[in-house]
Write a protein that binds this ligand. Structure first.
Ligand code: KG4
Ligand code: ZN
Length: 336
């Protein structure tokens, strides 16, 4: 079975071909970051227009790279939500039109389920049931994953997502969007013992997160320095990153202890952060819970995870009508 995957939920166009026998046969990614950089965030209309320009040529290229003709493709998977509605509609319309022309099923994939399954594209994979921490620009969620499409929400951010907090703090520090990689790079130059930032909501029970107060704390620390030097900014970046990663470690440890599960997936853009990966080694030592990550290039948005997730649903017999429906807001617990 071979699936063409299309990801257009935000500011990356991803197109991939995944085959259940041969694995990932093509994986193309085009990032629009430069287009949005001067606005300090994603401009939805610009994103949609760029997806329109890029998606079809990238599909041609992915088919060529994987030596696939139309007849070799068994289904087309696309991101149906959550995300920017215009951007989602571009991918959905293209996927449904091609599926109609090629007489094959189209499969709408939940973007966060794509992230969640991305580690399955690697050699080391967890077995159900396992825990998952999804940390992206729009979501911070702890899930109990019982099987494909069977996800129970254990906790989530009550305000900003972890990636969003990275992006906003980066903006404060005068760094370019997306902020996560920029903060990670700057934090490498920081002195660890200069500041200690709070670990929000770790002193009360539960598995929810809140990063908005930490963002304000960061801003106030910056404001209290008359003319912040590069070193001041690096120290602040490190203190912020350490507070986020340590908060995540505490919540992951709690989730592992509460559920008794001993495998955990960490996925979504923020899972690319090396400081987070190091901090979570400590959680593994504390609880014995083994952690699985996607390959670095599959942490952020990509078509491969959508093709892979689509294939899993295809194997379960999933197909849908030709009606074009996207869901900009879509709780993952409604899958299954
Ligand atoms: O999963 P993703 O590509 O898109 C969404 O589904 O949101 O995640 C993007 C988010 C951005 O907020 C970005 O700043 C963050 O992931 N991110 C990182 C790193 N790389 C990307 N955050 C921290 N450290 C990184 N290395
Ligand atoms: Zn994403």
């Amino acid at each position: 079975m071979r699936v063409l995957g299309i990801e257009t939920s935000c500011d990356e166009t991803g197109v991939a071909v995944y085959d259940d026998q041969q694995g990932l046969m093509a994986d193309l990614l085009y990032s629009q970051t430069h287009l949005h950089a001067e606005y300090g965030g994603v401009v939805p209309e610009l994103a949609s227009r760029d997806h329109i320009r890029k998606t079809l040529p990238m599909i041609d290229e992915a088919l060529a790279q994987s030596h696939s003709g139309r007849a070799d493709i068994d289904a087309i998977a696309y991101t149906a939500g959550p995300g920017l509605v215009g951007a989602l509609l571009v991918g959905a319309s293209i996927a449904k039109s091609l599926a109609f022309a090629w007489q094959i099923p189209a499969i709408g994939v939940h973007h966060m389920e794509g992230h969640l399954l991305a580690p399955m594209l690697g050699k080391e994979r967890p077995d159900y049931p396992f825990l998952a921490l999804l940390v992206s620009g729009g979501h911070t969620q702890l899930m109990h994953c019982q099987g494909l499409g069977q996800y129970e929400l254990l906790g989530e951010s009550l305000d900003d997502a972890a990636g969003e907090a990275f992006d906003k703090v980066a903006k404060m520090l005068g760094l370019a969007y997306p902020g996560g990689p920029a903060i990670e790079a700057l934090a490498r130059l920081g002195q660890a013992d200069r500041f200690r930032f709070p670990r929000p909501m770790t002193d009360r029970p539960g598995l929810d997160f809140s990063f908005s107060g930490l963002k304000t704390f960061t801003m106030n620390t910056l404001k209290n320095i008359a003319a912040p030097s590069d070193q001041d900014k690096a120290d602040i970046a490190l203190a912020f990153q350490t507070a986020v990663t340590d908060t995540i470690r505490i919540k992951c440890r709690r989730a592992a202890e509460q559920t008794g599960l001993n495998q955990m997936v960490i996925a979504g853009g923020v899972s690319a952060n090396q400081a987070l990966r190091q901090t979570l080694q400590l959680m593994t030592r504390e609880t014995g819970c083994q952690v699985f990550y996607p390959a670095l290039k599959l942490c952020t948005d990509n078509g491969a995870m959508i093709a892979y997730a689509g294939l899993q649903h295809l194997l379960k017999g999933y197909g849908e009508s030709l009606e074009i429906v996207v869901r900009p807001r879509w709780p993952m617990t409604e899958l299954g």
